[in-house]
Design a protein around this ligand. Structure first.
Ligand code: HEC
Length: 156
C-alpha cells in the first residue's frame, strides 16, 4: 500500500486507520459495479419522439395487461447496471404475453424509450438504436430516488 500516508504508520492512530481501511474496502466493492467510463441511461440515450412512439405502442399492445405504474415499478430495479440488451431480449422473447415477439425490433426499442421516460430518465437528441450496438454497451441506471436502499439487492 504505497499510497498510505507514512505519517499514519508512525502515529498509532486507533481511530483513523480503521476508517481508511473501511473506505478502501468500500471503494473496492463498489467500483467494479459502476465503471465510470460506461454510458448509461443517465446519458440521454433516447429522444422524445421515440418515447412518444413507444407510448402509442404500449397503449395498443401492453396496457390491457399492464397499467402504466407497472413500468415504473420494482421490476426495473433488478436491471440496475445491466446492459439494456438483456431487458430488450426478455421483453422481445416474452411480450406481449399472448403474442411474444410480434412487434419489430425497432418497436421494442421504442417501448424501452417509453419505459425509460416514464422513469424520468434524461431525454436527448438521438434515438436509441438497436442496430448500432448501443443496447449492449449502454447500462440501465435508474435515478437514485428509484433505488431505495442504494444498490439493488438483485445484483450478483
Ligand atoms: C396478455 C397479457 C400481457 C400483455 C398484452 C403484455 N404483458 Fe407483459 N407481462 C404479462 C404477465 C402475466 C407478466 C408476468 C407477471 C409479472 O411479472 O407481473 C408480464 C411481465 C412483463 C415484464 C416483466 C418481465 C420481468 O420478468 O421482469 C415486462 C417488462 C413486460 N411484461 C412488458 C410488457 C410489454 C412492453 C408489453 C407490450 C408490448 C407487454 N408486457 C404486454 C402479461 C402481459
Amino acid at each position: 500500500m504505497n499510497w498510505w500516508p507514512s505519517a499514519y504508520l508512525w502515529t498509532n492512530d486507533v481511530n483513523l486507520k480503521p476508517a481508511l481501511v473501511y473506505l478502501a474496502i468500500n471503494a473496492a466493492l463498489v467500483a467494479p459495479l459502476t465503471p465510470a467510463e460506461s454510458r448509461s441511461t443517465q446519458d440521454a440515450v433516447f429522444n422524445q419522439t421515440q418515447a412518444e412512439r413507444g407510448a402509442r405502442l404500449a397503449a395498443k399492445h401492453c396496457v390491457q395487461c399492464h397499467d402504466v405504474g407497472y413500468f415504473t415499478g420494482v421490476f426495473l430495479q433488478s436491471w440496475q447496471n445491466q446492459p439494456i440488451q438483456g431487458l430488450f431480449d426478455l421483453i422481445r422473447a416474452t411480450m406481449p404475453e399472448d403474442r411474444p415477439g410480434a412487434l419489430k425490433e425497432r418497436q421494442y426499442t421504442d417501448l424501452l424509450a417509453y419505459i425509460f421516460s416514464l422513469n424520468d430518465l434524461p431525454v436527448g437528441d438521438k434515438k436509441l438504436d438497436y442496430k448500432n450496438g448501443n443496447l449492449k454497451t449502454v447500462l440501465i441506471r435508474l435515478n437514485q430516488s428509484k433505488m431505495q436502499g442504494g444498490i439493488s439487492p438483485n445484483l450478483p
